[in-house]
Design a protein around this ligand. Structure first.
Ligand SMILES: Nc1ncnc2c1ncn2[C@@H]1O[C@H](COP(=O)(O)OP(=O)(O)OP(=O)(O)O)[C@@H](O)[C@H]1O
Ligand SMILES: [Mg+2]
Length: 322
């Protein structure tokens, strides 16, 4: 670990906004992640989670406009020129995607790629290959030596995601970002990957940001949570606070719809009525007001304040009192 600030802060995001033309997908997000901490980002589809992830790795979609700061180990990836951003990816930050194929080149063997990913290492190629095999064994690939000679499409979905996790870990980044790492997998495979990430979090020295629309994943993995709605962070707190003392009506609605919180069996899982608003432009006032069961007149006109309800626990809502 080099470059991390003294208080252990690995990631510091301040006033981050990303727009795609008129679509304001992310608006003024601020968050931090410390060494050895696992941060969860949760919210419905279209809330801007992947937009945030792409900004964290300094790789916005073509044409996207980024403003604000994303400091990793004290260096701002937003302000950095493309060359420096590329250097930071791998050394400072690595990403695990929903689709593990994204991380690999289909025409090269796993061994060639996992060896290349360590290009900053002073180790000779043979040693890097041995390190790659050891990492594949660590993430649970049977017969890692054989796997090194395979191409990514020769592996099953769960094995591909394990290989992608191994690839990210081989780079020893200060910050690891995982965007819906288990969404493409079946339930059994999802449980296995979550179990693996839980084990790895103790071995990984840096910070981990896990992005998901699935509260169960947050409960299993994360220390602290940022809840996103319509491109904004609407609540932040420890996993315990978010689960047991949610303050924002959106967080309360998400928890109420979580299958783990519903007693007995139901024919249909509840969902929050209506949908995430269009963001070109977002509605005035609080963007959750049109769906909020406790909205007042003021909520439709005035942006809500960020109210601190405890150390590290805050919600952006007119209804919340300190
Ligand atoms: N490349 C792009 N060009 C234009 N609009 C985009 C682009 N990527 C995302 N958007 C829009 O930005 C908003 C946020 O999208 P984003 O993919 O970040 O959400 P998400 O929370 O990751 O959703 P999901 O859970 O479905 O992955 C959406 O309105 C989406 O349509
Ligand atoms: Mg997404």
């Amino acid at each position: 670990m080099t470059g991390a600030q003294d208080d252990g802060t690995v990631l510091r995001v301040e006033g981050l906004s990303v727009s795609y033309g008129a679509v304001q997908a992310l608006r003024g997000a601020s968050l931090i992640a410390r060494r050895s901490e696992v941060i969860g980002i949760v919210g419905e589809s279209g809330c801007g989670k992947s937009t945030l992830a792409s900004a964290l790795i300094g790789l916005p979609a073509p044409g996207a406009r980024m403003r604000g700061q994303v400091e990793i180990g004290g260096r701002d990836i937003v302000a950095a020129p493309e060359r420096a951003r590329r250097a930071m990816r791998g050394a400072a930050v690595a990403m695990i995607f929903q689709d593990p194929m994204t991380s690999f080149n289909p025409v090269l063997t796993l061994g060639q790629q996992l060896t290349d990913f360590q290009h900053r290492s002073a180790l000779p190629r043979r040693a890097r290959r041995a390190r790659a095999a050891a990492m594949l064994a660590r993430v649970g690939l049977p017969d890692p030596e054989l796997a090194l000679d395979r191409h990514i499409h020769e592996l099953s979905g769960g094995m591909r995601q394990r290989a992608a996790i191994a690839a990210a870990l081989l780079m020893q980044p200060q910050l690891l970002v995982a965007d819906e790492p288990t969404t493409a997998l079946d339930v059994t495979m999802e449980a296995q990957i979550i179990h693996l990430l839980r084990e790895l979090r103790h071995e990984h020295q840096g910070a981990i940001v896990v992005i998901t629309h699935h509260l169960g994943v947050i409960g299993e993995l994360c220390d602290r949570v940022y809840v996103m709605y319509a491109g904004e962070i609407v609540e932040e707190g420890t996993t315990d606070e978010i689960y047991h003392d949610p303050r924002h009506p959106y967080t309360q609605a998400l928890i109420a719809c979580d299958p783990a919180h519903i007693a007995g069996t139901v024919d249909r899982l509840p969902t929050i009525p209506d949908r995430v608003p269009d963001l070109d432009p977002p509605p005035p006032g609080c963007s959750f007001a049109p769906r909020c069961p406790v909205a007042m007149a003021r909520c439709r006109t005035d942006a809500p304040p960020r109210v601190t309800v405890g150390p590290g626990h805050a919600a952006a809502c007119h209804r919340v009192t300190p």
